[in-house]
Write a protein that binds this ligand. Sequence first.
Ligand code: AMP
Length: 218
Amino acid sequence: MRVIFLGPPGGGKGTQADFIAKKYDIPKLSTGDLLRESVAKETSLGKEAKGYMNRGELVPDAVVIGLVEEKLASPECQKGFLLDGFPRTVTQADQLSTFLESTGEGLDRVVYFSLSKNEIIRRISGRRSCPECKAVYHLESVPPKREGVCDVCGKSLVQRNDDKPETIESRLSVYQEQTAPLIEYYKTRNILSELDGAGLVSAVQDRLVALLAQPRVE
Ligand code: AMP
């Protein structure tokens, strides 16, 4: 399976991607995770990306495309992959399609997570994560057992820098301007499936599993 999860920040892509990658035994490539890892390790790529990320802007295409192509060329991606948060611009989508053509592979499906703006803001502002094991929580809908502490590894939970209120609006407008055009882009290629991203994690998961089991509507 070669699939893309497309949708607004806070739309639940990452949470569902973890589950689907395990279920289908394919690697999940999250450009957000890869970039945060580079920032934490203070690599030169991380140093370049950090400012853009903290401002809620997109990291330049060339940086992200290089990162993804390197991963896609690795042996573990030969059996399939799940891209979470990439592509985010038309340039990235064009480059991805050129890259996949060169390998003789195509995409099976793009799942578009749709969600209202109010729900996106509610999800992002309540999101907390573990800096150690990367487990993700939500203050209201998926709270940890002990307030502020990771259930899995006991570390203190943190709020992502770019989840702070002052950055959310800019991420949403970047999404509208640069990423939302990909909905039409993939629709015209008959590869888009829309998923209602509202509701409990388990409900979205059930809808997603059912959707992936269906043949694509051409
Ligand atoms: P995410 O975890 O997917 O919400 O990504 C966090 C941040 O990483 C984004 O706000 C961007 O600054 C950066 N980022 C992640 N994926 C991409 C991408 N495909 N293109 C450009 N920037 C990205």
